[in-house]
Design a protein around this ligand. Structure first.
Ligand SMILES: [Zn+2]
Length: 102
């Protein structure tokens, strides 16, 4: 995470913003929390980008629990995400022997 944005400590630190994101994606934020998060995202490119990736990853995998998406898991998720697509594009047709000679 970017630690240079300490100016946000007076309002919302990145760690808090990330913590709110999981609830945000579940639609579980109170209006006040939502407002604080949106204000933070408006001024923090790092968190804005993180939320974007979070959404994309969840949308792609579908069954991922937002609670599992700790900040440290992000890289692992991207790995999983890439691996997922790789497998999908591979098309594991084990049955390459069509047996056309009947
Ligand atoms: Zn932030």
């Amino acid at each position: 995470m970017v630690r240079l944005l300490s100016a946000w400590r007076r309002d919302l630190v990145c760690r808090d913003a990330v913590a709110l994101m999981t609830d945000y994606l579940e639609g579980a934020l109170s209006p006040r929390q939502l407002a604080r998060l949106q204000r933070h995202l408006a001024g923090c490119d790092g968190c804005d980008e993180y939320l974007r990736q979070l959404r994309a990853t969840i949308g792609l995998l579908g069954s991922v629990q937002p609670e599992d998406l700790a900040s440290e898991t992000r890289q692992g998720l991207m790995d999983l995400f890439l691996h997922y697509r790789e497998n999908e594009g591979d098309g594991d047709d084990v049955d390459d022997d069509d047996g056309g000679n009947t």
